[in-house]
Design a protein around this ligand. Structure first.
Ligand SMILES: Cc1cc2nc3c(=O)[nH]c(=O)nc-3n(C[C@H](O)[C@H](O)[C@H](O)COP(=O)(O)O)c2cc1C
Length: 201
């Protein structure tokens, strides 16, 4: 299958209600083109993440970016093999971290929730800019924390591969079959009105 262009994504994904098309255009391909990401473009993704809401505006997120071969080699050493197979072609790898402790020195109950929100903003801005992003939980978080000198108050949530989309044919055969946008369950299976199990749809 060839690279899925944004205009063909509608063959795989249809929103039930009116939303900006960026939400359905964002998906997580595995094939990356050999095209660098300009620093200003990369920074605009973190700019989008910066404006995410967070409890008490704590902004618990931090990111470590790997873009040189040397930095990427370190990242690839803690990423699971199944992900390494494709993400080694991505020009940028980012480790998303969050601080479990707030600015008053107390546990921050929403550090992970808020950092997930920020990742969502980043991913949407990437899609808006014509880039692709693919989050990975398949990595050794303890090894990452140790290898990158991350202070102990932080959790490592995901490695995010960022770049421009490549051809599906460049992937190993088993991954070529999976290189297409996924669908979603209907809203009716997610929504409860007033109490759990009381369905609107
Ligand atoms: C926290 C998180 C961890 C993920 N871990 C992996 C992973 O280790 N490997 C992988 O190929 N995809 C991973 N994904 C991608 C999801 O499988 C993907 O987002 C999901 O199937 C929905 O598809 P879409 O992003 O194309 O809409 C992860 C996504 C998230 C948000």
């Amino acid at each position: 299958m060839s690279k899925i262009q944004s205009e063909t994504i509608s063959n795989y994904r249809q929103a039930e209600y009116d939303i900006d098309t960026t939400y359905v255009r964002r998906w997580s391909p595995r094939s990356f083109a050999a095209q660098e990401v300009e620093e200003s473009v990369l920074l605009s993704l973190f700019e989008a993440a910066r404006w995410a809401p967070s409890a008490n505006n704590e902004q618990p997120w931090q990111y470590i970016v790997a873009r040189t071969e040397q930095e990427k080699t370190v990242f690839l050493s803690f990423i699971n093999e199944g992900n390494r197979l494709w993400c080694d072609k991505a020009p940028i790898l980012v480790l998303a971290l969050s601080n479990r402790i707030n600015s008053r020195g107390n546990p921050n109950r929403s550090h992970a929730f808020d950092t997930g929100t920020a990742w969502g903003f980043l991913a949407l801005e990437a899609a808006r800019k014509g880039l692709v992003s693919h989050a990975m939980g398949g990595f050794d978080a303890n090894k990452a924390l140790e290898m990158l000198g991350i202070p102990e108050d932080f959790d490592a949530h995901a490695v995010i591969a960022i770049g421009y989309q490549g051809e599906a044919e460049a992937l190993p055969p088993n991954l070529q079959e999976r290189e297409k946008p996924s669908n979603r369950r209907p809203i009716g299976q997610t929504l409860h009105m007033g109490s759990f199990g009381n369905r609107l749809l």
